[in-house]
Each structure stands twice: as C-alpha cells, then as structure tokens.
Design a protein around this ligand. Sequence first.
Ligand code: GLC
Length: 423
Amino acid sequence: MKWWTEARFGLFIHWGLYSLPARHEWVRSREKLSDEAYKRYFDHFDPDLYDPAEWARAAKNAGMKYFVVTAKHHDGFCLWDSKHTDYKASKTPAGRDLIRPLVEAMRAEGLRVGFYYSLLDWHHPDYTIDRFHPMRDDEEFVKRAKGRDFGRYAAYLSSQVRELLTAFGPVDVLFLDYSFPGPDGKGRNEWQSEKLIKMIRELQPGILVNDRLDLLDVPGGWDFRTPEQFMPREWIQAEGRRVPWEACQTFSGSWGYYRDESTWKSVRQLIVMLIETVSKGGNLILNVGPTGRGAFDKRASERLQGIGRWMRYNGRSIYGCSQAPGEFPVPRDCLLTWNAAAKRLYVHVLEWPSGVLRLEGFGGPVAYAQLLHDASEVAVVEKGGALGFFAGQRAEEPGSTLTLRLPVKKPEVEVPVIELFLN
Ligand code: GLC
C-alpha cells in the first residue's frame, strides 16, 4: 500500500467502442442497442492519432503517479489482444493491441500500471440477461437467452483476468467493476469472487484490488474503497477503522468520451478536489475519456496542464501527505494536509485574506513558515505578540493562535499553499 498512499494521484482512462457514439460509455445499455446496431462502432474503430507516449507524458506532467485503463468495459470490447475472444481492438480497423504500448509508455515515464476490467459483459453469449443488459426488454431475445450458461462466462472472466495478470509483467492495481447483487443482479456467487481474488493474489502478490467484487466482509477481499463521483464527508471507515480509499472522478460526468457534455469542472475545482481528497486521507484517480481517434480532447488536455502547473510547485503538499492530526483545527476557508515523515503541515488557502491569517490552536510547535510555491518566508507573529495598535492599546494575539503575516496580494497560484515546519 505504501507506494499507493504516497502517490495520491492517478489517471483513469475509459476508452473503447463507446468513444465513437461519444454519448456515454453506457450507451449500449441506455439506448438498448442490439449487437447488430453496436457493430458499426467495432467496424469504424480506427484510432489513427493514438500516441501512448503522449498520453504518458500528459499524465506525468499533470503530476499523476499511476494509471488505470479500461482493458474491457461493460460492452465486452477488449483493448488488448486477448486470446479468449475476437471482440478486441486487433480485429477492428485499429488492427493491433492497444494496451501493451500504453503499459510500456507509462512505465517509461515512471507511472505504475493498473487495469480496469468489467465484470459485466453485454457481448458475451453466456452472459445472462439482467436488469442492465441492453436486450433486457426484447422478449424474443430474452427467451432465446434462457439457455445461457453463466458458469461458462465466469470461466471466461477468470481466464481473461489471468491473461491480464500474466501477459504484461507486474500489474500494480486491478479495478474490477462491479457487483449489483440481489434479484436480477449479479454478485459474488455469479462472479465466483472468492476464487477470483485468490487467483489474483497468487498471480500478482503485490497487487492492489478495489472493492467491487462484493467481498466487503471477506478478509483480503479488497484493498481500497472506491467512492465514485462524490467527495466523502470524512476519511472512509470500515468497522470503526480508517481504510485506504480512492475517489474516482470525471471531468464532466461521463467516463467515456462525451462530445456534447458541457458540465466540465474548472482547473481550480479539480485542484481543490485533489487537495480535499488528500486532506481526508484519500487518493484521487481522475478520468480522461480519449476520443475515437485516440487523442485526449482539448478540454481534457487543458485541465491536465492546469493541474500540472499547480502540482509542479505545490505537489509537496500532496505526495506522501494525508489528513492532519486532530490537534490542528482546520482554519476557515482552508484545507490542511500533513506530511508525517517530514513533520510539515500544509495550509491551502482557498480564500486569500487581507494581511493576516489566524490559525487558531496552532500556537505551539511551528518553527518556520513559507509559501510553498516559491519558498518565500511568511512572517510568524509570535504567539501573544503584538499585531498593531487598537485605540492606543497593543492588539495582542491569544497564546494558542498562530498568526501569519501574508502578502496583501494573493500570489499568482490557483490555490496558494503555506508550508509550516513543525519542531
Ligand atoms: C461504474 C460505471 C462505469 C465506470 C465506473 C468507474 O460503476 O458502470 O461506467 O466505468 O464505474 O468507477
């Protein structure tokens, strides 16, 4: 877990046939598209601009330390050259394995490797019809599908996971998606989750697995929790203990490339999201949905660059950091992170105050303060020291408050960070 909690920031990539309709990766299920109707995307999948080295550079420059790519999504389409199916990129006009060069390019930039693999599969002939299946309302189809042998699908799933974990060298993260147990659903019994997780850990003992196998109550059934598109109130707990967690978030709502979506978050919102996640002890994996031509679209690239500009000078408040100890109350309009090894506190100032920043309760152990992005000293007004005069009286700061004298003008940084060195 150590590399992962230190890394704090990763790239999610949702890429597949759904990038062509460009209206959500669930398009097949939402619009109840038949195999025949969806086939046009298979026939036209031709990512001529695909440059994995460029993706890897973009991720690295944004400050990301690992990536997770959809090897297969719910539509069943595989980006790698699986020997267990023909429903894969190498059989489309793309004509090649798209995963291997990405793994190599990311490794070359020093990023850790993760695969997303969908437990759902709307293409496989033995995948039984459930409430999400695209053909759920087609009575004829449902009738014909009665004889499907789900056990055969479970075997296919297992062989594909085995393939992903044996054909690409060390895999650092596996993101299996997802379980919806109960009537008309699928969970641990269907996926044969316990067998699966055992195999995964045998094949890749160092791997980290997410929490969507429906094994939350099974020891070793998961390594980290995965809140999706929402910010938890506080550090996620299980049985009263804080657990590793990773928020997965999108730029605009959908995971796959969605041309007409206009709900893109700003660079600032994304930076604050990252800081807030770390301030609650979590990781953030931010998603890009590349286009059918294999490129990041302009909106995604601009955001990654904007985050990167901030990370370059402020990453120290993210990497290796976590929630600050409780004795440091979070000041108003600020977010705190903490590097326990370095004994440094990071105050992210969301609203720039005029002149002074009062950190109530910080009065004790601060030895030095500076702005993180340029290492310029921030004057500390001694506890109990005078700030100025008020009606002829010295205006003194109470002993438990640390008062910082800030430049009047907000530094030209999306979110300025003050680095406090503790004794
Ligand atoms: C989901 C969705 C999906 C997306 C994902 C990411 O549950 O079905 O389309 O891949 O989670 O976390």
